[in-house]
Ligand binder design. Structure first.
Ligand code: ADP
Ligand code: MG
Length: 761
């Protein structure tokens, strides 16, 4: 995996060097991405294929590729504690086993040591009713039970009386053929009672010496037997355990009474005490917690180290004058909500301090993040600085422009749009204005702002991100020599525990209140879109807008899903060709914005689209969101899509169309959507349903890979780890004290690529 990351890093740096060239002639890079055969590159390759398919106009996909690469390159790995030795060096592991283990990411001896059993088998009495009995075999026979079942029953005499063994499945040879009268046997298995006699059902025959043994059970490929693998594990323990280092300083081990790494590995692979097995398999045992803590500690250490580094870099110091705020209040047609005011206070606090602001504003769709960010922007402008507003797509950049222009009309504040579709001559002029400091706000997609804008005096960058684009943009701004305060906005609400891991290097503000006067959206599910036609017709009659979303642009032979282009034809027949538009990601920017404008103006009332419409599009008179094949969308995507309606005081509707035979999970998602309007609540449900690894979907997953921890289960440990890491850094910000040497070494190794990037600043 370490090597994989190298590949991503190299590609990323090539693309960065190429700069605008990448956007003009991406094919060369796309080809090398498609050729990548690393474990995590499937999604990336998929993006590359679709970028090639749609031609170079598709900067959105190209941007996604860059951010995906950055995320993959960023993954934290904890490999190579010891010199890599291949698993096939271990006894019993041949070529075939090596190959199948590799598929399960077990490639080296170290992987073997860190691959923990998921449960244990105890050969002896256990709470689950398993038992071992020893006795002399007396007689055996096939008998018919009361329920007319034929069983084989063997009777033994033990020290404490007679007992039986019963088999429901038996043959002429087994077990009759193996049992010898008068011989002593130890049998082991589930205990029960048969015609009043203590019995063991389908027992295993054991050696007496095996009694009391604990056998770990690993999750393994089918072709590798537990017994064979366990022999290899034992060999690995005997030969390599000594080389396993301790990553935690002794004082932290003591604080939590953790065993050393070596001790912990022994306890995990060779537990001695049957009463600890449950705690071990449930990861409550100190030996298991040690590795969970260690993993989360270094994650938090890395994030906080970065956070402190940002704070130490000098950003811009803004003067937050009351007169500025009064002036802004007069520009607004409404009053700020309490949550907006609280968040603005947090932002202003950062802006007025010397350190560089790195703040993320989280809030549900429509909670009013944009206006908060613009207010911060206006304060920066009043201080004589320029503001960059960076959006993930051109559609959004344009929309921000429209909103901003409304806000600043009648003032002397100026704003320009800098996107891929701004033409050559105009672009040249715009760039000159920016470089001369003659414009206050520059809005655009990040590709273009990165590449084309030279600011005279950039003080604040507002980054509207879909998920986690911020890292890349921040870096490119810094590389150009700017050190603006940075304000990130995201409309993907993330549960708190996850935010600590995902955005732990940022300060987080949450707008948890919607502006007043919104009518809750009525969300329902339907089996067939035709049943939604009456509602659509009624809303169209009222002059309202309707979105109809499909999972695909074109029909595909491989997927049995509805596609926007086909359904657009059908809906055109139903609602009139003049009134139905089709918008998708493969269209040119001009076409897209023309369509959006027509929809906004009410010239077309039904907009058929794919998820390109997902982010931030604001058409207040749109009141119906119909999502076909709703089972195919994730919860956060559904919630984002729903957020496109309900943006005024008019009653809005969201209809999730899905056939009856969808998976249980899909119907759980649809039910959750119908029951909850709150994005944070939905994100918690989502996290619970999918687990942290999958939470962002494969595509957007920038989370480091967790080997031992589960940030839902291990919240307490996560919080301990974060507060320990914070204490250590407050006490020794460079980790230069000898007592922190271990921490520094491990940190640098685990976060190498990330720390490099801090040093750029
Ligand atoms: P977000 O960016 O969080 O999705 P926006 O900033 O686009 O939300 O706000 C959604 C809509 O609500 C916009 O039309 C905006 O003008 C309006 N709005 C924002 N704040 C308020 C408020 N405090 N009171 C009334 N309307 C508001
Ligand atoms: Mg917005």
């Amino acid at each position: 995996m370490t090597e994989d990351r190298g590949v991503y890093l190299r590609l990323l740096s090539d693309i960065r060097k190429a700069g605008a060239e990448f956007y003009k002639a991406p094919d060369k890079y796309l080809d090398s991405i498609i050729k990548l055969k690393t474990r995590q590159s499937e999604v990336l390759a998929g993006l590359a294929v679709s970028a090639k398919e749609s031609g170079s106009a598709d900067t959105t996909t190209l941007d996604k590729i860059i951010s995906e690469l950055a995320m993959l390159a960023q993954r934290m790995t904890v490999k190579n504690d010891i010199k890599p030795v291949s698993v096939d060096e271990l006894p019993g592991i041949g070529k075939k086993a090596t190959e199948s283990l590799k598929k399960q990411h077990i490639e080296t001896v170290e992987d073997v040591l860190y691959n923990f059993p998921y449960r244990y088998e105890y050969i002896g009495e256990s709470r689950s009713g398993k038992k071992a009995l020893t006795g002399i075999f007396q007689t055996g026979a096939v008998v018919t039970t009361k329920n007319r079942k034929r069983i084989y029953k063997a009777v033994f005499s033990g020290d404490f009386g007679q007992f039986a063994a019963v088999w429901f499945r038996f043959s002429a040879g087994y077990p009759a053929g193996v049992l010898k009268e008068g011989k002593k046997y130890t049998i082991y298995g589930q205990s029960g009672s048969f015609s009043g006699m203590e019995s063991i059902i389908h027992p295993q025959f054991m050696k007496e010496s095996e009694m009391g043994n604990i056998i770990p059970v690993y999750s393994l490929p089918k072709s590798v037997a537990q017994k064979v693998y366990y022999t290899a594990v034992n060999a690995a323990l005997d030969k390599y355990l000594d080389q396993i280092p301790d990553h935690l300083p002794a004082r932290l081990e003591e604080k939590y009474k953790f065993p050393s790494s070596k001790q912990a590995l022994l306890e995990i692979h060779r537990p001695k005490n049957p009463y600890e097995l449950e705690a071990l398999s449930e990861k409550r045992h100190p030996a298991a917690k040690r590795f969970i803590y260690e993993e989360l500690f270094y994650l938090q250490m890395g994030l906080l180290y970065k956070k402190r580094a940002y704070e130490r870099q000098s950003g811009t110091v803004f003067d937050i004058k009351k007169e500025y705020l009064d002036w802004i209040k007069d520009l607004l047609p409404f009053k700020f909500t309490g949550a907006q005011r609280r968040v603005m206070a947090e932002i202003f606090n950062d802006m007025s301090s010397t350190g560089q602001m790195n703040r993320l504003v989280q809030g549900d769709v429509g909670s009013g993040k944009t206006i908060v960010a613009f207010t911060a922007g206006l304060v920066a402008v009043k201080n004589g600085y320029q503001v960059a507003v960076i959006a993930p797509t051109e559609v959004l950049a344009r929309q921000h422009m429209l909103n901003l222009l409304k806000l600043i009309s009648g003032t002397n504040v100026t704003a320009v749009l800098l996107t891929g579709s701004v033409s050559g001559a105009e672009k040249k002029h715009t760039k000159e204005l920016i470089a001369a400091g003659h414009v206050d706000f520059v809005l655009g997609t990040h590709a273009v702002i990165q590449e084309d804008a030279d600011f005279a005096k950039l003080g604040l960058a507002i980054i509207d991100e879909q998920h986690r684009f911020g890292v890349e943009q921040r870096k490119s701004l810094i590389e150009k020599g700017y050190m603006p305060d940075i304000l990130l906005m995201t409309a993907t609400p993330i549960p708190r525990t996850l935010a600590l891991s995902f955005y732990g290097d940022l300060d987080i503000s949450i707008i948890d209140e919607l502006p007043p006067g919104r009518t809750p959206i009525n969300t329902v599910s339907e089996k067939n879109i035709e049943r939604v036609y009456p509602l659509m017709r009624e809303e169209i009659k009222k002059g309202h807008g309707v979105y109809v979303i499909y999972p695909l642009i074109d029909t595909s032979e491989k997927l049995d899903l509805k596609a926007a282009t086909d359904e657009h034809r059908k809906l055109s027949q139903e609602f009139g060709a003049d009134n139905v538009g089709l918008l998708h990601g493969r269209m040119k920017h001009e076409q897209k914005s023309e369509l959006m404008d027509a929809f906004k103006a009410g010239n077309i009332q039904v907009l058929v689209s794919t998820t390109v419409i997902e982010v931030g599009v604001d058409v207040p008179h749109a009141t119906v969101m119909v999502i076909e094949n709703a089972e195919r969308f994730g919860l956060s995507q559904l919630h984002q899509l729903r957020g496109r309606v309900g943006r005024s005081d008019r009653q809005s509707y969201c209809v999730l169309v899905a056939s009856e035979n969808v998976s249980d999970e899909a119907s759980e998602r649809i039910n959750a959507m119908c029951a909850h309007a709150d994005g944070f609540k939905l994100s918690e449900i989502d996290l619970e349903m999918r687990g942290p690894g999958d939470f962002f979907g494969t595509r957007q997953s920038g989370l480091p890979e967790f080997r031992f921890s589960n940030i839902v289960r291990d919240v307490r440990i996560l919080q301990d780890a974060r507060s320990d890491a914070a204490d250590i850094l407050s006490d020794d910000q460079d980790l230069s004290s000898p007592k922190n040497t271990v921490i520094k070494q491990v940190l640098i190794r685990k976060w190498r690529s990330e720390l490099q990037y801090i040093e750029i600043g």
